[in-house]
Design a protein around this ligand. Sequence first.
Ligand code: SF4
Length: 578
Amino acid sequence: MEFIQKKTADNAAEHFLAKAADRGTKLAWDRFEGQLPECGFCESGLSCRDCLQGPCISHPFRDVNKRGVCGKDKDILAVQTLLKLVLKGTMASLDQVSDFVEGVASGAVKPKDKAEADRIVAGIEALLKEGGAGMKKAFPKDLLAAWEEAGIYPQGVAKDLFKASQKVEGGVAGVEETLFWAFKAALLGAFAQRLQGGLKKAVFGAAPAEIEVNMGILKKDTATILLYGRFSPVLKAKIAAAAAKKKVNVAGVCTDPLLSPYVFAPVTSYGSQELPLMTGAVDLIVTGDQFVHPSVAAIAAEYNTVVVPTETLKGRNPEAFTNEIVEKALNAFQFRSSVARDIPEAKESALMGLSAADLDVKKIAVALNEGKIKGIAILAGTNNVKFTQDLPFVTMAQEFLKDDILCISEGDASVSLAKYGFLNPRQCGKHCGDGVAKLLKAAGSNLPAVLDLGYAENGGVAEFLFALSAAAKKAVKELPVLACFAEANRSAEVAEALGLVAMGVSTFFWPSLPVTGSPKTMEALGKLCGEKFGARLIVHTDKKMEPLAKARMILKVFNRVEDPILKDHPWTDWKTQG
Ligand code: SF4
């Protein structure tokens, strides 16, 4: 049986691991250990339970059990497993943007720029009904041409997602065709994120802000609401406005922290999302579905914390229910006065929510062209219990920055890095090599070592890539940019990774993807990504690889040092090692 050695790099989180063990509270890490050994069929994509004749497997070693009852072989099982993940991930982006549109259309908020908000709402409605025809201005021409040539340009939710979902239901689509549907679905998710980012800017405005992160931001003497997960910014703004009137503290977990004029300080990162409840300092949580462990309900009950699922608020008058939520939080604060508040000191400053417009992208392009920096790493994704929480992100950022790789991050990866000071402008000098340090001084005002481009749902990374591509006068695929999902977890991250590859960004993805049981799928994926997008999706199966070894492997690409594993990487002109 395999057990992880250290569960988290975050000292504040570690404090609660001991407390949970004393109390007998089961956390994600305990449940993971209880699940070991993992099912090899599921892990490699060789299982299926898509119909009631199953579940089925394709056995990689025996001569029997090669096909499921309906005839799916290992290649179809694996490629369909990937498609199912992408479909679910894309639905997450579409669900968010459709809730946002519903909130804006209800008139519950007054957009800062009404004309622009109306234009984007119309664009979102068109995307949902008619496809991506109206999105052409949001992407560079060379990418649009590549997507059209590859046959993956989205034609609409009904045409694409309904059809793609039926590829797992039956029929004779092979590996290549199924992969096309996966990329088409992933692009719909990327379109939704670009629209959501635009709508957020039009309705609430957008500006970076220096905020505080980690559990030390919780308060002993104030009623506190935590917002869990991704849900409508309109609902979040309404709750924040009602809470501000009654001086109730509102913070967030796995939720976009910036919604001008409100800030939902990130209390922790994804992997330790159960732990803020164990501080005893949370009176009420409002929780969406996305990125939220179902276990938070049980832990909240242990600490008498009130749980309000967002779905219970649908169709109700926002003024009435937000006031009701705040009253409930105040009452909970009173009746929970006997619950001890155990708040760790951990707290860090973080500059979050930068966008391409806040950065001198031309200077970044010049630094790349002149070799002042070796490349740009995009650190993305959440945490995965299979790794020491945050350690892969922290190790990669440390190693990359020292070696003059500019690091940008988004979403929960940013929160992970923020806890260790990487987003604190006053700690910038501590982490960076000369090239990156000089560039950060020149490219913006008071920048930290790692640049957060907001939550993935707002499409900030794509916006930055396109601005950089225009400034460098090169296609995205010709730029030395790599994405690293160092501790990936959710299906939304799988969809986002495929979207980045389709934009021309080679992407490292850990822990693995459930396609490894099919060499044919792996090969077809490599061929499609290389030929159509000039990028690669790099999936490693070595479970024992240490974060430092991963960082050094990626640095070989940035340093153009030839490595057998990476030898067909697109934009490098390899020099031989040694
Ligand atoms: S869809 Fe086919 S492979 Fe999947 S469970 Fe049903 S019979 Fe088995």
